[in-house]
Design a binder for this molecule. Structure first.
Ligand SMILES: Nc1nc2c(ncn2[C@@H]2O[C@H](COP(=O)(O)OP(=O)(O)OP(=O)(O)O)[C@@H](O)[C@H]2O)c(=O)[nH]1
Ligand SMILES: [Mg+2]
Length: 311
C-alpha cells in the first residue's frame, strides 16, 4: 500500500475513532474468542448496531449475514467476518463522483440547514482547483445575507470566482448568470450552493425545482450531479431527509459530513443498505482538506483500525 494511502487511512481512522469505539470495539468484545451465537448474544449485537445508528432494518441484515458466515467460516476470526459483512453492504453505495464527464460539469448542492453544504462546496472547489480545474461557485442561497458572505470568504481564500446577487433575489437568476459566466470563461465545474430553509418547505422545493430547470435549459443534462449533504451526527434522521429530497427533487449522490467526532457513523451502513443513492463524498473535519471520495475498502480499513491518539 502506498504511503499516501496509509496516511489517509490513519487520518480517516482518527476521524472515525468514536464510531470505532461505539460499534467495532463493542462487537469485537462480544464476539471475542468466537462464542456460540446464542439468542442473548444476538440480542446484544443487535442493540449495539442500533445504538451506533445502523438502523433496525440494516442491523437485522448485518446479523443475518454475520450468522451465515459465522457458521460456514469456522476458522475465520469474527472481526474479519464482521468487516466482510460491512464491506459487502457499503459496496452497494459505491459510485465515485466524476466531474470530468461534462464541461462545464454542473453540480447542485442541497440539504437542510446547517448540515455542511457551504463548507463541502468550498472543500470540493479547493480540491478541483488543486487538480488544475477551473471552478465557478454560485451563491444560490439568497435567503440569508450571511450565507453569501460565508461563501465569499471561502471563494477568496481558495481563489475561485463567486457569482452572487443581492440578498432576497431570485436564486434562479443568479444560477443563470453563473452559467453564462462559466461559458464565457471555459469553466470546468460549476458548483451551486442552495438554501437550507425557507418560509415553508413547499417554497424551498419550488425554488430548487426552478433552479434545476434553468440549469437544464442552459446546459444539456445539467445538473449533472444533484448532491444531498447529510450530517452524520443526526443519525437516523438523515435517512428520512434523503428520502424526502430524493422524492421531491431527485438525487444522484450523497455527501456525508461530520463523520469525525460522532459515534453515529453506523448511519453510513444504513444509507448504503436502505437508499438507492450512492455516497460519493465524506466529510471528516472542518478543515479545507477534510473531504474525501467515499471508497468502501478504505473506509472499512479505517473503521476497523485502532486510531493512534494525537494523529
Ligand atoms: N466536524 C465537522 N464539521 C463540519 C464538517 N462539515 C461542515 N462542518 C461544520 O458544520 C457547520 C455548518 O456548516 P455549513 O457549511 O455552514 O452548513 P450549511 O449546510 O451551508 O448551513 P446553512 O447554509 O445554514 O444551511 C460549520 O461550522 C462547519 O465548519 C465536517 O465534515 N466535520
Ligand atoms: Mg450554507
Amino acid at each position: 500500500m502506498s504511503e499516501n494511502k496509509q496516511n489517509w487511512i490513519k487520518r480517516l481512522a482518527h476521524g472515525l475513532s468514536k464510531t470505532h469505539n461505539s460499534l467495532i470495539k463493542r462487537i469485537d468484545a462480544l464476539l471475542w474468542n468466537r462464542p456460540n451465537l446464542s439468542p442473548e448474544l444476538i440480542e446484544e449485537l443487535e442493540e449495539t448496531l442500533i445504538l451506533a445508528d445502523c438502523g433496525v432494518q440494516t442491523s437485522s441484515l448485518i446479523i443475518t449475514r454475520l450468522k451465515e458466515r459465522y457458521e460456514n467460516e469456522r476458522d475465520v476470526p469474527s472481526c474479519d467476518i464482521l468487516k466482510a459483512v460491512i464491506l459487502e453492504i457499503l459496496q452497494k453505495a459505491y459510485a465515485p463522483l466524476n466531474t470530468a464527464s461534462f464541461k462545464p460539469f454542473v453540480m447542485m448542492v442541497l440539504g437542510v440547514n446547517g448540515v455542511g453544504k457551504t463548507t463541502t462546496i468550498a472543500k470540493m472547489a479547493n480540491r478541483l482547483t488543486d487538480q488544475g480545474r477551473h471552478v465557478i461557485l454560485i451563491a444560490g442561497d439568497t435567503f440569508r445575507a450571511a450565507a453569501i458572505e460565508q461563501l465569499q470568504i471561502w471563494a477568496d481564500s481558495i481563489n475561485v470566482k463567486l457569482i452572487k446577487h443581492q440578498i432576497g433575489s431570485d436564486p434562479s437568476a443568479v444560477v443563470f448568470d453563473g452559467i453564462q459566466a462559466a461559458r464565457t470563461r471555459g469553466t470546468d465545474c460549476v458548483i451551486v450552493d442552495t438554501a437550507g430553509r425557507l418560509h415553508t418547505k413547499k417554497n424551498l422545493v419550488a425554488e430548487l425545482e426552478k433552479m434545476k430547470k434553468v440549469m437544464g435549459r442552459e446546459i444539456q443534462g445539467a445538473p449533472h450531479e444533484t448532491l444531498l449533504v447529510l450530517d452524520a451526527t443526526t443519525g437516523q434522521n438523515a435517512i428520512q431527509q434523503a428520502r424526502e429530497f430524493h422524492q421531491k427533487i431527485g438525487l444522484t449522490g450523497i455527501a456525508l459530513t461530520k463523520l469525525d467526532g460522532t459515534a453515529k457513523g453506523g448511519i453510513i451502513i444504513s444509507i448504503a443498505n436502505e437508499l438507492s443513492i450512492p455516497v460519493k463524498l465524506i466529510g471528516i473535519g472542518e478543515g479545507i482538506d477534510d473531504l474525501r471520495d467515499f471508497d468502501p475498502h478504505l473506509f472499512v480499513d479505517a473503521l476497523f483500525e485502532e486510531s493512534e491518539a494525537g494523529f
